[in-house]
Design a protein. Structure first.
Length: 204
């Protein structure tokens, strides 16, 4: 595990965690990796010189509080010049994948809890309370994009409890609905690592 300030050899920039605007600056080219300040990350591969990839490591707290999906996709768009329709599809799918990682992978909220007004309020109170605890200061999600040969892949990996995609797909309510949204907006969806990684595929 290395602190962010020791990752210069991996061409990583640091995001201060303050706002979507500062995240956009941190993701700007030529950056190929960005890590939120204060997070400890595994010593991963060096992406130096690889202009066809971009990764972002952020806390669970920041995913709930900031428009992470929008900033990340804008950074990809700056490099690839996506069509508006494709950009909107990617933002929607990535946003849902990130919410699933936070609410079900880390916070372990029950499927269907937000299907009623009372349940929605309970879910919101639970989320705010849990995210305020120190337990989630180092809980993180990694978003990694790679593109080439007319295809863009975006993997979302969390270190939460995972889930069974087939079981959730069969549900009509709750988190199964989020999975349905992801599948509707992607050209392909792959689940790995016991549901802790989802790979969103898009034709360019």
């Amino acid at each position: 595990m290395l602190p962010v300030q020791d990752l210069q050899q991996h061409c990583a920039t640091r995001w201060d965690g303050a706002s979507e605007a500062t995240l956009t600056q941190s993701l700007a080219a030529p950056a190929t990796a960005c890590i939120e300040a204060g997070l400890l990350v595994d010593d991963g591969p060096d992406h130096a010189g690889n202009g066809s990839c971009l990764s972002l490591t952020v806390s669970v707290r920041s995913i709930y509080r900031e428009a992470i999906a929008g900033a990340f996709v804008r950074a990809i768009d700056d490099r690839l010049r996506l069509s508006r329709e494709l950009r909107d599809r990617i933002v929607t799918a990535l946003h849902e994948a990130l919410l699933n990682a936070v609410m079900h992978g880390h916070l372990k909220l029950e499927a269907g809890l937000r299907d009623t007004l009372g349940g929605f309020e309970t879910a919101h109170e639970t989320i705010v309370r849990q995210l305020a605890s120190q337990q989630y200061a180092q809980s993180r999600v990694v978003i990694a994009a790679q593109w080439g040969a007319g295809r863009l892949l975006i993997a979302v990996h969390d270190n939460g409890v995972g889930f069974d995609p087939d079981k959730n797909r069969s549900r009509q309510r709750g988190c199964g609905r989020g999975l349905a949204v992801v599948e509707a907006f992607c050209d392909s969806v792959t689940h790995l690592d016991g549901g802790r990684t989802i790979v969103l595929g898009f034709e360019l």
